[in-house]
Design a protein around this ligand. Structure first.
Ligand SMILES: [Zn+2]
Length: 278
């Protein structure tokens, strides 16, 4: 990361209103290290797939922390076996992702409580320590689901709301920067509306978010760095494999790992949200 590139970015991102189009073309800019104090980088990875080990190696190599959200059971895909999960927990935070990876908004109150509470208890018994982070399957949340998550004792809960870097956020409805996935412009827009993520919707318009997830991830990292915000990349290891995106992810994580930001787990991230915002 050269000083030349740093100053280039500083000029380009001097003010939010000056940002009007997504970064296109190559080479992509590196993110300035000098402006990154107070900036926070975190990541999260859902579903507890066997390829999470590869992802953990990549994160370790780039010095990026994060949280792996693991359901107790997943009808769609196999979940890491308990010994592998324990091994992963020695390097990264493990968060709950319900008992059976269901849409919480469709459940009766007793089913909802069971999915949230049992996931916490079983995961804690399996890992031998407290589990404080939770992730809503499919990004589906509701007021009732949030209340159940709070009642169960979780302190951090991640949604799939995207295109954010501001600190005005709810620790139990954490938005993210971006998913490792080439979503279309239409999908980005639909998500923002369905999730009531109005700030993300406004950012979508300004950023012109589209399929270039690498460019968007780096742009969001630049915005976090230049505004003293945060950057939260998330995804699925099985999806990264299907997309053939390991190399691209490594490039993005290299930037995130070297930008001078503080690297934390999702639970640690919540501890850094200013009280006024929380
Ligand atoms: Zn999931």
């Amino acid at each position: 990361m050269s000083p030349h590139k740093c100053s280039e970015i500083a000029r380009g991102l001097a003010g939010w209103n000056e940002i009007s189009a997504p970064h296109r073309g190559t080479p992509r800019p590196s993110v300035t290290a000098q402006a990154a104090s107070g900036v926070v980088v975190t990541t999260s990875w859902d579903d507890g797939h066997a390829l999470d080990g590869r992802l953990a190696d990549l994160l370790d190599r780039r010095g990026v922390h994060g949280t792996f959200y693991v359901p107790l059971r997943n009808p769609e895909r196999p979940v890491l076996l308990p010994p592998d999960l324990r091994t992963l927990s020695k390097r990264f935070e493990i968060g709950a992702h319900t008992g059976s990876h269901v849409n919480l908004t469709k459940l009766r109150p007793d089913e909802l409580w069971s999915e949230v509470r049992e996931a916490k208890m079983e995961l804690e018994a399996l890992l031998g320590h407290r589990v404080t982070a939770f992730c809503y399957p499919g990004g589906k949340f509701s007021r009732r689901a949030r209340a159940a998550v709070a009642r169960a004792g979780f302190t951090a809960a991640r949604t799939t709301m995207a295109l954010r870097w501001d600190w005005g956020i709810d620790p139990l409805l954490l938005p993210t920067s971006l998913q490792v996935y080439p979503h279309t412009r239409l999908t980005h827009a639909r998500h923002a509306v369905k999730e009531g993520n109005w700030q993300g919707g406004a950012n979508f318009v300004r950023l012109g978010a589209g399929r270039d997830w690498v460019g968007l991830a780096l742009r969001l990292l630049e915005l976090a760095v230049t505004t003293g915000g945060w950057w939260h990349l998330w995804g699925h290891s099985w999806e990264i494999e299907e997309l053939g995106a390991w190399r691209q992810l490594d490039d993005v994580l290299a930037e995130a790992g070297s930008c001078g930001a503080r690297k934390v787990t999702n639970t640690e991230f919540v501890g850094l949200i200013p009280p006024v915002a929380a």
